[in-house]
Write a protein that binds this ligand. Structure first.
Ligand SMILES: Nc1ncnc2c1ncn2[C@@H]1O[C@H](COP(=O)(O)OP(=O)(O)OP(=O)(O)O)[C@@H](O)[C@H]1O
Ligand code: SF4
Ligand SMILES: [Mg+2]
Length: 326
């Protein structure tokens, strides 16, 4: 030990995060939705962490909790060494250093503003750079996302293609030089032919500026383009987490295996997927007791009436299942 403080490798640490919502069910009976249930993970600086799961699994709720848009019921979020305690100071620090890209770029940009003003707005909000410098920061950001400022700066969003609009949203996200970007399904509304270009852009920005990404998706085939580590969410809980290539090539949780099987030929060399099963779709609803995948899992036994914890099964790999399927 040389006595020097150890550098912190994580840009984001999420510990035992919980968030429930009340919903009115049949006959006005109140139902509690455990949208995020004891979720823990961390994002290493300069890497992309993928949160993957089907619709309603809690992905966006986790993003909103990180950005301080909603408060957790319990748990802790530490961003760049600072614990988010609900106070404005910590929320402002995250909002300046952690930007969000949405599925629909229109939700982040005002259709009545010109591109130059859209990209400049976060600089004005956070008071970054002298007003005279902001113009050149905007032009740099547009060039960074491979848009020609001369061609695009004075256009309105409706004059752009879907891919250009998402690039403008990315330029807006990077003008403040954030340490992390949360990208919530950033390519799912784009034409398949331009998805890869946007994903490659994200990787380039990561290499150029060291930005960490939290990439949220229901689509594992896009995740493997950008991800380093992946967590598979099922009904608010992480069921498997590990290095992305390992998880995709050798999924250990029955739900992950079913998800991989549903990707059209992700790795032609991965024959392991062929002997695995597909999800039992006749029983869509999950169970609140025991393993929440129990009602869809063909391997379920009496033991699965207990809730499995997310446990380390090998270096860097965590699985919440009583059985090992490797
Ligand atoms: N404000 C809210 N009030 C009530 N329920 C909510 C609220 N926000 C989210 N939920 C519920 O919490 C669960 C998780 O929702 P969330 O939007 O996080 O899922 P998601 O994984 O992002 O889904 P999608 O892929 O469709 O975007 C869902 O059952 C949703 O209906
Ligand atoms: S714990 Fe049981 S029900 Fe849950 S995934 Fe594993 S085998 Fe299936
Ligand atoms: Mg969502």
């Amino acid at each position: 030990m040389d006595g020097k403080p150890k550098p912190v490798d994580e840009i984001l640490i999420v510990k035992n995060l919980k968030k429930s919502f009340e919903k009115k069910g049949f006959f006005h009976k109140k139902e509690t939705i455990r949208a995020v249930d004891n979720v823990s993970f961390s994002v290493i600086k300069g890497q992309t962490f993928v949160l993957a799961g089907e619709s309603g699994s809690g992905k966006t709720t986790i993003a909103r909790l990180i950005l301080g848009a909603i408060e957790p019921d319990s748990g802790e979020i530490i961003f760049d060494g600072i614990s988010l305690d609900g106070r404005l100071q910590s929320i402002n620090k995250v909002r300046r250093n952690c930007q969000m890209i949405y599925q629909d770029p229109y939700s982040a940009i005002d259709p009545r503003m010109k591109v130059v003003d859209i990209v400049r707005e976060p600089l004005d909000i956070h008071g970054i750079g002298r007003p005279s410098e902001r113009q050149s920061l905007v032009l740099d950001a547009l060039r960074d996302v491979s848009l020609d400022p001369d061609e695009i700066a004075s256009k309105y969003p409706h004059m752009l293609s879907g891919g250009q609009r998402q690039r403008v949203a990315i330029a807006r996200a990077i003008t403040t030089k954030p340490k992390m970007i949360i990208a919530d399904e950033p390519v799912s509304m784009l034409d398949v032919s331009i998805r890869v270009g946007v994903l490659e852009l994200m990787s380039k920005l990561q290499q150029r500026h060291g930005i960490s990404f939290l990439y949220i998706t229901h689509d594992l085939s896009t995740a493997r383009y950008v991800g380093h580590v992946i967590a598979i969410l099922y009904r608010g809980s992480i069921v498997e987490m590990g290095e992305i290539n390992n998880v995709i090539k050798r999924p250990l949780h029955p739900y992950t295996q079913a998800l991989i099987n549903s990707i059209p030929d992700p790795y032609p060399g991965n024959h392991q997927g062929e002997k695995k099963f597909r999800i039992n779709r006749t029983e869509e609803s999950g169970s609140d007791k025991g393993c929440r995948f129990r009602t869809r899992c063909p391997y379920a036994t009496e033991k699965c009436l207990e809730e499995p914890e997310l446990e380390k099964v090998e270096e860097g790999r965590f699985v919440a299942c009583f059985f090992r399927w490797n």
